[in-house]
Design a binder for this molecule. Structure first.
Ligand SMILES: Nc1ncnc2c1ncn2[C@@H]1O[C@H](COP(=O)(O)OP(=O)(O)OP(=O)(O)O)[C@@H](O)[C@H]1O
Length: 482
């Protein structure tokens, strides 16, 4: 009969004996009871020649590598110093104590099996880096933080730095289907190019099965925030861990159809104030996401209405029901397996065309709760409900817009009656002014008229959760004005 692999082992590191153990949830590094430190007087902890080893518990998902050669064990994991600080790569090299040498190999293999449970190891990754995205730090983010994690995780890497606009689109159009994922070290603009490149591939259906994994190195990094949540969304190490261990999650896309041309988006269509603030702060890219705040204040000062005619194929307009469905979806995917989830409460065919007449200061249509770190625009969004969430902001006083800044991260305007929030399967817009424009995933498009349709579950991303992690608090019923 085969005995179970040992889950505990004692090793020597930094002149101390450490006890390394793991269970299904975590790896634990702590001083070993076998460690008999020579003590010096009564102030032993202070005067001891040995460095003090603190007790460390690392979630099993954060273990990246464990391998051994003879009596030496190499452990690699990511961890943080404090719950609020970003992740860092850590290595621990140790020597197993002589009596436990025979267990070392089976201990490290058992740990690796748990650390990669349900996940294909040694991924083959296509890496695309925009050295000029956002504050221009993509290259050092990749070489210092991301690449060491991917290399330690045994990935094979084909890396290209973009040299011009649309380079990423060309690379995605010609991508080989043998890759396990395409890693995009940039902001959302380059992800947009990759999505449109995959759509132009000679086998688009298969190409869209290659998961796209954003590593935040742009200004807003909304896709990364939506996949990883507010806490980890701007952390390149957390994003690299997702490239290594994330599971596939399907993502709806939406296409803008204009003059026989189709342009896919994965994140947003913005019109009016929200589009102006994005376009007018383009030269401030180097500031990171602070540029959006400055742009917002400027646009609120000159408050204009949108010169458009708008029709929406509305599938749901009940805010409470939409939030309940999104919350239910999030709790459903806590025991997530990457199988299709058929929990759609509504079907796209049920939509009814509605014309919106009231003057609005912006229209924002999108997927994913966060459009930036400080803006939860679509709290009811789901990655794969086959619908696009649309916000129409009626004219409200400047002061109310300014006040909303403080609560924008929590979806501040959602419940107000001047903020219309619907889920739709399609919409169409006609400009009432020449050379009017919208921002598609943050890229400017001039239009006279266009239609939009949703493409359910067309693209693939990697995710640790199988949903958009976000906290959205319900206000007191008396506070709701809608
Ligand atoms: N080598 C390059 N030279 C110039 N422009 C490039 C290059 N590579 C990509 N681009 C363009 O840079 C633009 C911005 O890129 P990116 O998405 O990385 O940053 P961002 O727009 O600042 O971030 P976010 O979209 O998150 O706000 C994209 O529209 C892309 O076409």
């Amino acid at each position: 009969m085969q005995s179970a692999a040992p889950r505990e082992i004692n090793v020597l590191a930094n002149h101390s004996v450490l006890n390394l153990s793991f269970d299904d949830d975590s790896l634990c590094v702590q001083p070993s009871p076998l460690d008999h430190a020579p003590e010096v007087g009564c102030c032993s902890a202070f005067f001891s020649r040995k460095p003090r080893i603190t007790h460390t518990r690392v979630p099993i998902r954060q273990v990246i590598d464990a391998h051994c050669s003879e009596r030496t064990l190499h452990l690699t994991y990511v961890d943080r110093n404090h719950p609020k600080t970003p992740m860092e790569l850590r290595h621990l090299t140790s020597t197993v104590i002589e009596e436990e040498q025979s267990s070392l190999m089976s201990w490290s293999e058992a740990l690796m099996e748990l650390a990669y449970a349900g996940v294909h190891r040694n991924r083959y990754l296509r890496v695309i880096i925009n050295p000029f995205g956002g504050p221009g730090k993509a290259k050092s983010i990749y070489t210092k933080k991301v690449e060491p994690i991917l290399a330690a995780g045994g990935c094979s890497l084909d890396v290209t730095y973009t040299t011009h606009r649309y380079h990423a689109q060309e690379l995605a159009r010609d991508i080989s289907l043998k890759y396990d994922a395409v890693i995009v070290v940039s902001g959302d603009g380059v992800v947009h190019e990759v999505i449109n490149g995959l759509a132009q591939h000679n086998n688009p259906e298969k190409a869209f099965c290659i998961p796209v994994v954003p590593i935040p190195a742009g200004s807003a990094n909304a896709l990364s925030l939506n996949i990883l949540g507010l806490k980890d969304g701007l952390d390149p190490c957390a994003a690299a861990l997702n490239a290594l261990k994330g599971k596939q999650m399907k993502l709806d896309l939406f296409s803008l159809n204009m003059h026989d041309e189709k342009r896919f988006a994965f994140l947003s269509h913005a019109l009016g104030l929200m589009a102006e603030l994005d376009r007018n702060t383009e030269p401030l890219r180097w500031m990171g996401d602070i540029r959006f705040m400055l742009g917002f204040l400027y646009e609120v000062a000159r408050l204009k209405t949108c010169p458009i005619q708008l029709s929406i194929k509305v599938v749901d307009d009940d805010k409470q029901r939409m939030v309940d469905a999104a919350n239910a979806r999030n709790s459903l995917t806590q025991q997530w397996s990457p199988e299709p989830i058929d929990d759609k409460g509504v079907s796209a065919d049920e939509g009814k065309w509605v014309d919106f007449q009231n003057p609005i200061i912006y229209m924002y249509a999108g997927k994913g709760p966060f459009m930036s770190r400080t803006l939860m625009q679509f709290p009811a969004s789901m990655p794969d409900d086959g619908l696009i969430d649309i916000v129409l902001q009626e004219v409200i006083p400047r002061k109310s817009l300014i006040d909303a800044i403080d609560i924008a991260e929590e979806g501040g305007l959602f419940w107000t009656k001047e903020t219309h929030y619907v889920k739709a399967s399609a919409y169409r817009v006609k400009a009432l002014e020449p050379s009017y424009f919208l921002m598609v995933d943050g890229e400017e498009v001039i239009f006279d008229e266009f239609t939009v349709e949703v493409h359910p579950r067309m693209a693939t991303v990697l995710s640790p959760y199988g949903c958009y992690p976000r906290e959205f608090k319900l206000p007191n019923p008396e506070d709701k004005s809608h």
